[in-house]
Design a protein around this ligand. Structure first.
Ligand code: HXC
Length: 513
């Protein structure tokens, strides 16, 4: 018994007090402190505390630390089981050894069998250099498990320190990445290699800090101002998710009336069709208690995605954002939304789509970078999804973008439009310029041309830029008063809760990656 207590004490000290102090000085918590902050008090069941590495090269035979640089096990968050690993930077810089990888694989295997989410807290110098290929094989074994678990259990990666080299690919294979601002970074090749190969001088932060991955690469889905905020975000995220793909998401307790109306929505769409507004005002207005957990908030801001509850029902929201690039769909927005839609579909989370999109972003940059293939991803994601899909067209739904945004023809279950909806092949001005090309060329005076366009655009708007044409054909199930939107969505979600839809049997699709 005495030995057990002493050994446990030793294990809890990781790489020793000096290294723990150095970790704290950097504004970081230790691996164990992070586990304590994340899990319900007293719920942690630790595995493999007494594991040590088996290497003798580079004098490592004389240097052993219990747990070998990673804390693993399971516990509960808000009473629900999660499996986790937390890399301990105080032991060999949290580097991944053969035994360390075996520990991680053990919790991954069990999380998959039990059907519980997996959370990986990364803070590591990468492959344990002294172990060579055995460490690399450890990474590959983790990748394989990430892939097998994908779409079966939610996988969340938390980056609370370095995550470099091939090590970045485990987080990249998971569903959500969260980084702590200023104390974490991710890159495939670090600043030193970059300098050698390309001559570019760049810092860790500028190459792979949280801000870079939140705004430029889209690699991270969430950024915590610090580790404490990061952990709160993870708990919030889990509250929207089921334990696995065979379960429904948890039903939240809701004290916000389902039939709450919001008169402000009746006038939220500006008079002038080109005037922007913030679609997040609509989301906050219709969601339970105005709460919205936005995913990839700073990336591809022309589309907004995230989680809300409607009368307690966990729901994914996808919304075009007229406030940014007029809400056009571009490559990044298409990929961002497609990934989110596929996650929701994999985990039985219904999707509400709010549409105000003038079309795909025009230009050679987008064409050269493959807007065709990337736009197709979003069409594919919506068309493949079998969860309940509710679409509300708020204003513009032009051209291909109408089709993409969860249209009736992509198996939208309930498609509503506000009276302000404009559903057409293109906007009125563009349409008149195409339809009356010859007549316009014959008019010399610019004023006369403008007058001609304005007059005909008004006629076009009257005929096509409204929801009634689409409603006439049944492409829109109903035109609803904006202030009733919350209630109509909740009623649709409740009705669709028993929806069954399947795709034809196949090995897998050939999604245009
Ligand atoms: C073994 C390592 C280590 C590693 C750090 N340490 N990285 N030990 N293998 N990969 C040890 C250090 O020797 C040191 O030990 C302790 O961890 C803390 O490291 P410091 O350098 O003192 O810390 P800091 O100044 O904060 O710098 C952190 C760091 C740096 C930026 C991560 O340590 C570093 O550059 N490490 C190497 C990173 C790397 O190149 N890894 C391989 C990437 S390739 P003591 O005893 O002094 O405490 C890769 C391939 C994966 O990972 C492939 C997957 C397919």
């Amino acid at each position: 018994m005495k030995r057990l207590i002493a050994e446990r004490e030793k294990a809890r000290l990781g790489g020793g007090q000096k290294r723990i102090d150095s970790q704290h000085k950097k504004g970081k918590f230790t691996a164990r402190e992070r586990v304590d902050m994340l899990l319900d008090e007293g719920s942690f069941e630790e595995f493999d505390m007494f594991v040590t590495h088996r290497t003798t090269d580079f004098d490592l035979g004389n240097e052993h630390y219990l747990s070998d640089g990673v804390i693993t096990g399971h516990g509960t968050i808000d009473g629900r089981t999660v499996y986790l690993f937390s890399q301990d930077f105080t032991v060999f810089g949290g580097s991944l050894s053969e035994t360390n990888a075996l520990k991680i694989c053990k919790v991954m295997d069990q999380a998959l069998k039990v059907g519980a989410p997996l959370i990986g807290i990364n803070d590591s110098g990468g492959a344990r250099i002294q172990e060579g290929v055995r460490s690399l094989s450890g990474y590959a074994s983790i990748f394989q498990r990430n892939i097998m678990a994908s779409g079966v259990i939610p996988q969340i990666s938390v980056i609370f320190g370095p995550c470099a080299g091939g090590a970045v690919y485990s987080p990249a294979l998971t569903d959500f990445v969260l980084m702590a601002d200023k104390t974490s970074y991710m890159f495939v090749t670090g600043p030193k290699v970059v300098k050698t190969v390309t001559g570019e001088n760049i810092t860790d932060e500028d190459l792979g800090g949280a801000s870079v991955h939140a705004t430029k690469s889209g690699v991270t889905h969430f950024v915590g101002a610090n580790e404490t905020e990061g952990i709160l975000l993870i708990k919030k995220l889990l509250s929207y998710l089921p334990q696995n793909n065979l379960e429904e998401p948890p039903l939240a307790i809701c004290d916000d009336p389902a039939d709450r109306l919001d008169d402000k929505l009746n006038t939220i769409i500006p008079e002038k069709p080109s005037t922007p507004y913030d679609v997040k005002d609509v989301i906050h207005s219709i969601a339970d208690n105005g709460e919205f957990l936005e995913v990839q908030r700073q990336y591809a801001r022309n589309i907004v995605v995230g989680f809300v509850t409607f009368n307690g029902i966990s729901t994914g929201v996808v919304a075009n954002q007229p406030n940014y690039l007029a809400g056009c769909l571009d490559i990044n927005a298409s990929r961002k939304a497609a990934r989110f839609v596929r996650f929701c579909d994999a985990f039985n989370i219904p999707i509400v789509t709010l549409v105000d999109v003038p079309g795909f972003l025009p230009g050679s940059a987008q064409e050269f970078d493959g807007i065709i293939t990337n736009g197709a991803k979003l069409i594919f994601a919506y068309g493949e999804a079998t969860v309940p899909k509710i679409t509300i067209i708020l204003r513009k739904a032009y051209g291909g973008a109408y089709c993409v945004m969860s249209s009736k023809q992509l198996r939208g279950d309930v498609n509503y439009a506000w009276p302000t909806a404009e559903i057409a092949v293109m906007g009125p001005i563009g349409a008149i310029e195409v339809l009356y090309n010859r007549s316009l060329n014959a008019i010399e005076s610019p004023e006369e041309r403008a007058k001609f366009v304005a007059e005909n655009a008004a006629e076009y708007r009257e005929k096509f830029s409204n929801p009634y044409e689409a409603a006439k054909y049944g492409y829109i199930d109903d035109i609803i008063e904006p202030r009733n939107t919350r209630f109509r969505i909740i009623r649709a979600l409740q009705t669709l809760s028993t929806k069954k839809d399947v795709n034809p049997p196949k090995k897998h699709s050939t999604l245009p990656l």
